[in-house]
Design a protein around this ligand. Structure first.
Ligand code: NAD
Length: 358
């Protein structure tokens, strides 16, 4: 069976890491019908937008996409294409695994964690008012009247919506992911001791959803304690699910634990569509130099193969990445040992492809 997949090349180092990921994924022998589209700064001149409608149409039709990073130009009035894609396609689950790779420098070893971050609500919902604005004045008056608590006259206001629907679907996603991927434990991360009604709701829903998955161990942790526990006993944790802001912070913490951005994959998943992408950005200073590390997008390809149900091929590709990095002969500049000559993006991908073949 073949799978239709949209390949969004992106800009900066995007086209190079996207080509590398395609080489490595194709090498697994899984049949992919690629629909190649472009988004990003170069598209602005041609279409007047960095996100042409044909990109959204392509993802809607193939349901699955893998995406190179895209620059968010500062001061042009264009919003982030990455955020726009997530919004347009309602990709509410942000999946960020963090797995140690031997040969990547890090203070931690044997890390194998998965962060499931809610992608649409919380303080990220974008409901914010500048402290000088009439809206903030109105909000301050309304909220202090409603709560009976004073709010300083020079306070900016942000809103933290957490809903039953938003919580339920991300929690269901985390438990289903754990079950499908042989994971043993799900930890809900929150600050419900202080934010009793927002994070409290998230925790209440987590307990309810957990009761539907008796085979998966469930526990919860307060976010500050969670950070300390990850530094001291990361081996106690497995899948962690949390609202948007904590997920943003903890997923970078976990990426740091495995050696940083060059090796950290990710995915944005909704009920209809899924878009797989590295956590890193378009690193414009390395664009066109065949220098960038393709690992993060290739590992995003591993997540994509899992999502497509190609578990054996996914495992083979993951093992191929690990072998090439452990051997250290065909790795990019950021992974090369002192005194060893690094190779380029495509050469590293070719070495991974060789080991990933059936
Ligand atoms: P960045 O991740 O692009 O680069 C930061 C630094 O990390 C680089 O200078 C480089 O030293 C290193 N780096 C990143 N990826 C690497 C790789 N694959 N191989 C080797 N080294 C790598 O972050 P930035 O400079 O803050 O952002 C650049 C642009 O990317 C911005 O316009 C930003 O908005 C955008 N961005 C896009 C995405 C996305 O497409 N999802 C994510 C983050 C940032």
């Amino acid at each position: 069976m073949s799978h239709a997949v949209t390949l969004i090349r992106g800009d900066g180092i995007g086209p190079e890491v996207a080509a590398a990921a395609r080489t490595a994924i194709d090498a697994t022998g899984v049949k992919i019908d690629w629909v190649v589209v472009d988004a990003g700064v170069a598209m602005m001149e041609r279409y007047g937008t960095p996100l042409p409608e044909e990109v959204i149409d392509a993802i809607k039709s193939t349901k699955t996409a893998i995406k190179g990073p895209i620059t968010t130009p500062v001061g042009t009035g264009f919003r982030s294409v990455n955020v726009e894609i997530r919004k347009r396609l309602n990709l509410y689950a942000n999946l960020r695994p963090a797995k140690s790779i031997v040969g990547v420098k890090s203070y931690f070893q044997n890390i194998d964690l998965v962060i499931v971050r809610e992608n649409t609500e919380d303080l990220y919902a974008g409901i914010e008012f500048a402290y000088t604005s009439p809206e903030a004045a109105k909000a301050r008056a309304f909220l202090s009247d409603l709560s009976g608590k004073p709010i300083r006259e020079d306070a900016a206001i942000g809103v933290k919506p957490i809903s039953v629907l938003g919580s339920d679907r991300i929690l269901e996603f985390a438990f289903k992911y754990a079950k499908a991927n042989g994971r043993k434990k799900v930890t809900a991360v929150h600050k419900a001791n202080i934010m009793k009604f927002t994070d409290g709701l998230f925790l209440e829903r987590a307990r309810e959803i957990a009761s539907r998955y008796p085979d998966i161990v469930f526990e919860d942790r307060i976010v500050d304690n969670m950070c300390m526990q990850l530094m001291q006993k990361p081996e106690l944790y497995d899948v962690m699910v949390m609202p948007n802001l904590y997920g943003d912070i903890l997923s970078d913490l976990c990426a740091g634990m495995i050696g940083g951005l060059g090796v950290a994959p990710g995915a944005n998943i909704g009920d209809e569509c899924a878009v797989f992408e590295a956590i890193h950005g378009s690193a414009p200073k390395y664009a066109g130099q065949n220098k960038a590390n393709p690992t993060a997008l290739i590992l995003s390809g591993v997540l994509m193969l899992q999502h497509l149900g190609e578990m054996e091929a996914a495992q083979r590709l993951q093992a191929a990445v690990e072998k090439v990095i452990a051997e250290g002969r065909f790795v990019t500049y950021d992974l090369a040992a002192p005194g060893k000559e690094p190779v380029g993006t495509q050469e590293m991908a070719a070495a991974i492809a060789e080991y990933a073949a059936p």
